[in-house]
Design a protein around this ligand. Structure first.
Ligand SMILES: Cc1cc2nc3c(=O)[nH]c(=O)nc-3n(C[C@H](O)[C@H](O)[C@H](O)COP(=O)(O)O)c2cc1C
Length: 317
């Protein structure tokens, strides 16, 4: 996701977000803004200037600052503005426009099923629905029954369902129970278990070893240094993003140590000893151990280095 205001101001860190990596075979940019003028200006600029397959409109961001200014899921309740945003943007783009929304703002007032046929008629090519309200954040499981209702209301618009998919089993069950859906979108699963897409492609659970997981981090390190440069600044940028990622990765519980696989996204990792030193280290919830892992790949941290993860997106029971 990129903020339209920052892109239009030319902020380098925002333009870095919309840079496609050559290994990405499909690449979309999600835009966040609170008015049609900013969105169309920004959408047109991206369409002309970068290599992108589709633009997605953010109707789900729950962050106070964005919501209160009328962007993200704040747009869900501004019908007229939303209509202009979607009509203008879809008409100006030469590539498809998609939207991602929540069930609504409040848990007891779901509105996505009413909005779905509107966004279809206003020119959207695909809708993703995350089965939770703004109020809910990550408490409680996503409501897949309601996701189905939204898909029915939006027909024949293709709809993707989103929420709590962490394994091939979760994916299969969600699709089997919801034949109305065109596909599934995965959020935290992609961060906790980036090999989830391989599992789905190969239709089996993968008991990945710690060294195979470390190889994924090595690949990330190379990509990071290639992207940000291998000077001190590039190394520390790569480290910051790696540490944020490690704050999700540690939540993976190896299939081999689970009593009842597959792991569920709301399952708090039990305290366990891995099958080797690296697996145990990778299971640690302590930031000092994530730093240790980063040091194995990027060398020692600078003096007085501190790290506090940005996201605490869990729904542990
Ligand atoms: C670290 C993090 C960053 C996210 N950023 C975005 C974002 O920029 N845009 C968006 O639409 N959703 C964002 N989400 C929400 C996810 O896309 C997804 O809707 C949500 O996590 C529920 O799906 P899941 O249960 O598969 O994680 C983010 C989630 C996390 C954990």
């Amino acid at each position: 996701m990129a903020m339209c205001t920052s892109l239009l101001q030319g902020a380098p860190q925002e333009w870095a977000l919309v840079k496609r990596h050559h290994t990405e075979d499909i690449f979309g940019v999600q835009l966040c803004a609170n008015n049609p003028y900013l969105l169309t200006k920004c959408g047109q600029l991206l369409d002309q200037e970068i290599d992108v397959d589709f633009i997605d409109l953010n109707l789900g961001c729950p962050i106070d600052l964005i919501y209160k200014s009328g962007g993200g899921c704040g747009l869900l309740r501004r019908n007229k503005v939303l209509e202009s945003c979607i009509k203008n943007l879809s008409q100006i783009l030469t590539i498809p426009l998609t939207v991602k929304m929540r069930t609504g703002v409040y848990s007891d007032e779901r509105i996505a099923h009413k909005l779905a046929p509107n966004v279809r008629d206003w020119g959207v090519s695909l809708l993703t629905i995350h089965g939770r309200s703004r109020e809910q954040r990550y408490t409680k499981m996503a409501d897949w029954k309601y996701i189905k209702e939204v898909a029915k209301a939006a027909a024949p618009l293709p709809v993707f369902g989103n929420g709590d998919i962490l394994s091939y089993d979760d994916y299969k069950i969600a699709l089997e129970n919801s034949p109305e859906l065109a596909g599934i979108m995965i959020g935290r699963g992609a961060l906790i278990k980036p090999w989830i897409f391989t599992e789905i492609k190969e239709q089996k659970i993968w008991d990945i070893s710690s060294s195979e997981r470390f190889d994924i981090l090595k690949k990330y390190t190379n990509y990071g240094l290639e992207h940000w440069g291998s000077d001190n600044r590039g190394v520390e940028n790569t480290r910051r993003f790696m540490l944020e990622w490690l704050s999700f990765l540690y939540r993976y519980i190896p299939v081999g140590v689970l009593e009842h696989p597959p792991q569920k996204v709301n399952e708090r990792p039990p305290s366990y000893k891995g099958r080797d030193y690296l697996e145990t280290l990778m299971a640690s919830s302590s930031a000092s151990d994530w730093i240790k892992i980063s040091e194995m790949l990027l060398g020692p941290v600078p003096e007085n280095f501190q790290f506090l993860p940005k996201h605490k997106a869990n729904s542990y029971k």
